[in-house]
Design a protein around this ligand. Sequence first.
Ligand SMILES: [Zn+2]
Length: 262
Amino acid sequence: MTLQGAADALWRIAPALLVLATLLLAEWCWPWRAAQPRRWLANALLGGLSFLLVLLLPLASMTAAAQWAGMQHFGLFNLIPSPLWLSVLLSVLLLDLALYWQHRALHWGWLWRLHRVHHLDPMLDVTSGVRFHPLEAIASAFYKSLIVVLLGAPVAAAALSASLTLLASLFAHANIRLPAQVEQGLRTLLITPGLHRIHHSTVPAELGSNFGSVLWLWDQLFGSAVPVSRQGEALMLGIENHMPLTQLGKMLADPFQARRVQ
Ligand SMILES: [Zn+2]
């Protein structure tokens, strides 16, 4: 890679690094719960392993899919003439809806095995936001690229959606306690850390709630919105009757373990 190439790559991921640094600082200043640093190494290793798959693979595959669909005049927005801003906006919205259903599907049957390791984290913070099994990350990139092709989404929409999804995941998992008014204000539109940690609750009904990626709207439309945990401040994180996983080898092997399937 040339020096110019390295500078370009750094410039592209600069916004994500800035958000990450801000969230880490916020977790340090206003923690929701005391930090549990023992998980950081395994989460960072799995996150590092999945980094290419969680960030770069969706970005590359979704933008390539958008370019291909554009050249082939394939997909909804390539067939229906519409202003670019409108097709970008609708594509980003519909991709977020598709991700809502992807997350619901990941809680069903065998797919749950791919997603389970993400829920076997004893604590939540920004490292949980990249703690996905590589197989889930690969399956997700294929799914998102297929949706991009079917939508005929513009390249800008594909890149925007991939970036927003990663930033939203880091934010939703952050170990921060937002001021009550900020939390309530953001909830009118977005999935907040307060909402997403209910999805990580050990209570099965709460595990089946708040699946949204960026917008909370889809949970509200499809009946999975839960604003408050019945466990209150004592919210237990993880999966009922399962020990949390914090060792990289066990985390990678988890999809092949015969645990009780939901
Ligand atoms: Zn989940």
